[in-house]
Design a protein around this ligand. Structure first.
Ligand code: TYM
Length: 370
């Protein structure tokens, strides 16, 4: 079945095996899992479950770390809308890596990107949304001592001075081949990838020596970092390493949770009632009738509420397995599974809203400005 994954468009039922071949990333295997476990004492459930399933140069990062050479983390968000649950995944995973390895982290909010790529948004809109998104990110528990948030237009002098060096090494034909640009594409879009490359070597610029960088992100962003990995050695920097996540599915039958399709997504600012309604209407792997469900069981592999538990909301592997088994054998009904998921999401969001309020007092400590 046809599917499409680019930094700006994700469509259809994603075949991750095919994507790994096409993008040229490596699967997270047991060797890497064991190595991570040796260093950190345990692995995150998102790694165990292969939700963060692929990487580039993660071995290099772990080897350097074991030699005492610390890396730094870099992740980001394009502030077009409020965050949805899928966006929280790489952020939460990054926070986990930061805690376990005790390293610095940059988070880039690309108000310039969303202005250039979304016809209906003004620069004021995307700048305002950068602040809104920053609050949600800070609410996940990041510490301003070792986490810095970059809003691109607010840190433009520093970023631009480095981005032009990146841009100098990328031809239009490369940009076209990687991102599919056309003659009608505005030229800001063509330049943009150079801005996303900068935090991948910014710490090396600041410290005046090469510091390894690890980028956790959803697999859709990989094309940017493919380009960055080509260019940075030409500027004397290391290739950034990365770890790629699968995309949380949308509420509808096909496709990822996407902010540009509001019906597909649960946003961090949705009310408990909205969450309830959305999950009640979500695509289910249950059977048509109670009798049939009890006899044949449901299919958790295609069941969206179950997938949300697996991707994010049930970190306990044993509890998840019990839910999965009972759903598969028909003991657990669709309505019951939905109820469990609604409660989990609403509990999470209730706490999240409080932390988001607290974040308002802290935001200035996180923001880099020049
Ligand atoms: P954006 O805003 O599209 O997405 C932010 C992060 O969330 C991931 N993501 C998802 N993860 C799981 N399930 C989903 N349904 C889902 N949808 C999106 C994305 O892969 C991304 O990791 N250009 C970037 C912003 C950016 C960035 C970065 C992202 C700048 N520098 C460095 C990652 C790393 C963007 O528009 O992301």
């Amino acid at each position: 079945m046809a599917f499409k994954v680019t930094p700006w468009e994700v469509e259809g039922d994603i075949d991750y095996k095919k994507l790994v071949r096409e993008f040229g990333v490596n699967l997270i295997d047991n060797n890497i899992l064991n190595k991570t476990k040796k260093i950190t004492g345990q692995t995150h459930f998102m790694l165990d479950r292969k939700i963060f399933f692929a990487h580039r140069d993660l071995n290099f990062i772990l080897n350097e770390y074991q030699k005492g050479n610390k890396f730094y983390l870099y992740t980001g968000r394009g502030p077009s809308e409020h965050l949805h649950l899928g966006h929280l995944m790489p952020m939460k995973f990054t926070k986990y890596l930061q805690d376990k390895f005790n390293v610095k982290c940059y988070i880039q909010l690309t108000d310039d990107e969303k202005f250039l790529f979304k016809e209906n948004l003004s620069l004021e809109d995307t700048k305002k949304m950068s602040y809104e998104n920053a609050l949600d990110i800070i609410a996940l528990g990041f510490n301003p001592k070792n986490t810095k948030i970059i809003i691109n237009t607010e840190y433009a002098k520093t970023l631009y001075n480095q981005a032009i060096k990146v841009a100098n090494k990328i031809t239009f034909s490369t940009a076209k081949a990687v991102f599919g640009f056309k003659n009608s594409t505005n030229i800001g879009q063509i330049f943009y990838t150079s801005m996303q490359a900068v935090p991948a070597f910014l710490e090396s610029v600041k410290q005046g020596k090469n510091i390894p960088c690890l980028i956790p992100h959803g697999i859709d962003q990989d094309p940017h970092f493919r380009v960055a990995r080509d260019v940075l050695p030409k500027l004397g920097y290391l290739k950034p390493a990365s770890i790629q996540g699968k995309l949380m599915p949308g509420l509808l039958e096909n496709g990822k949770m996407s902010a540009s399709i509001p019906k597909s997504a649960i946003f961090t600012n949705d009310s408990p009632k909205e969450v309830k309604e959305k999950i009640q209407n979500a695509y289910s792997g249950g059977k048509e009738t109670l009798k049939e469900h009890r006899e044949k069981g449901g299919n958790p592999d295609i069941d969206i509420p179950f997938q949300y538990l697996k991707f994010f909301f049930e970190p306990d592997n044993k509890k998840l397995k019990k839910i999965e088994d009972e759903y598969r054998n028909g003991k657990l009904l669709t309505g019951e599974l939905k109820q469990i998921t609604i409660e989990k999401i609403n509990n999470f969001l209730e706490k999240h809203r409080k932390e988001r309020e607290n974040a308002k007092k802290k935001i200035d400590k996180f923001l880099l400005k020049d």
